[in-house]
Design a protein around this ligand. Structure first.
Ligand code: UFG
Length: 341
């Protein structure tokens, strides 16, 4: 099938493009590269031995989307493109609402006009109301603590209403937990701009010596060692979850939501310790205060995805830490390490 992937040059997008190509799909990517690098797509092509089409523009641009759709039978849209930094979203709420909702609305409008009805949406576990009992199932109460989260929840609402209004639509909402790791080849991975916000890129850059010390954000949570517990999932498992969602959309209409997580939580100190052990490196760290907005424990109930999509995570925390390190070591400055960059 021909699949249009927005944000395909990004971390999860590039890994999903690779799995789509490997499974024999045709891939067209729309990405404005504001937070990603085209080298990721070249490497996806090199690893898969297949080529994809790349269009550089903002996915909110309906006129350009029309041109891409006019070029042929797109069977499904997977929508990753979006702004995703929680802290930044608090400072720049209008940018977040305009961009994340604008791209989703533009895609929906063009799809309806062009008769394309399969939509897979990149959502987040951040849509669950804080204080939900763990593990969190799809039926848990929803509510967010920052504009980024609200954009995800609003897009979920828009897509749910769209599917309810037109029985031809098949919408799959995927709520990601904490994607980490990198492709086993070490050739594609996470390449955050500036100082990373998220734990794993911070760990890999500290282990490299590019950053001096990792600050553990709080050790007084109600968790076994006091540090935050999250459901880390290998990005390749997450990418494969999109292929399962695509298969599901072939035989179902309406709108369905799925958690993509492993169902197992790890604390910050556990992650540091596994990372050091499997990679034989040190990660200098200090204990700092809690990060505003963080909660102690988040992990998924992934049973719905297993039951209905036939998907479950295969790769464990050791593979996640090993693959993240292989990518970082081979690409000390991310995709900018590449000579042609
Ligand atoms: N942490 C540290 N030090 C750091 C960075 C993170 O101790 O330098 C801790 C955090 O306090 C937390 C854990 O590591 O306990 C994971 O933090 P991340 O920033 O990697 O991930 P979050 O769980 O905070 O957020 C992630 C995504 C969000 C998404 C959310 C959904 O970054 O986009 O999961 O639950 F909304």
């Amino acid at each position: 099938m021909k699949v249009l992937v927005t944000g395909g040059a990004g971390f999860i997008g590039s890994h999903t493009c690779l799995e789509l190509l490997k499974a024999g799909h045709e891939v067209s990517v729309v990405d404005d590269l504001r937070n990603s690098h085209p080298e990721s797509l070249k490497r996806v092509e090199a690893i898969s031995g297949k080529s994809l089409r790349f269009y550089r523009f903002d996915a909110a641009d309906e006129a350009q989307l029309e041109e891409v759709f006019a070029q042929g039978e797109i069977g499904c849209v997977i929508h990753f493109a979006g702004l995703k930094a929680v802290g930044e979203s608090v400072r720049l709420p209008l940018e977040y609402y305009a961009n994340n909702i604008g791209t989703t609305l533009a895609l929906c409008r063009v799809m309806k006009r062009r008769g394309v009805f399969r939509f897979i949406f990149s959502s987040s576990a951040t849509v669950y109301a804080p204080g939900s009992p763990m593990p969190v199932a799809e039926t848990a109460p929803l509510g967010c603590t920052n504009p980024y989260g609200w954009t995800k929840l609003m897009c979920e609402r828009i897509l749910t209403d769209l599917a309810a209004s037109d029985p031809r639509f098949s919408v799959v909402l995927l709520r990601y937990f904490n994607p980490i790791g990198a492709h086993a080849s070490g050739r594609i991975g996470e390449d955050p701009a500036g100082i990373p916000n998220n734990l794993l890129p911070f760990i890999t850059q500290t282990a490299m010596g590019r950053l001096r010390v990792l600050q553990v954000h709080g050790n007084d949570y109600d968790t076994p060692d006091g540090t935050g517990v999250r459901d880390y999932i290998h990005v390749t498992d997450l990418a494969r979850g999109h292929l399962s969602a695509l298969d599901y959309s072939l035989t179902h209409t309406g709108c369905e939501v799925f958690n993509l997580g492993t169902g197992r939580g790890y604390s910050v100190l556990e992650i540091i310790s596994v990372f050091e052990r499997v990679n034989g490196v040190k990660v200098p760290y200090t204990i700092g205060p809690r990060r505003p907005g963080d909660v102690g424990t988040v992990y998924a109930d992934p049973s719905k995805a297993k039951d209905l999509l036939g998907w479950q995570a295969q790769l464990g925390i050791e593979e996640m830490c090993r693959d993240a390190w292989r990518w970082q070591k081979g690409n000390p400055n991310g995709y900018l390490s590449h000579k042609g960059a």
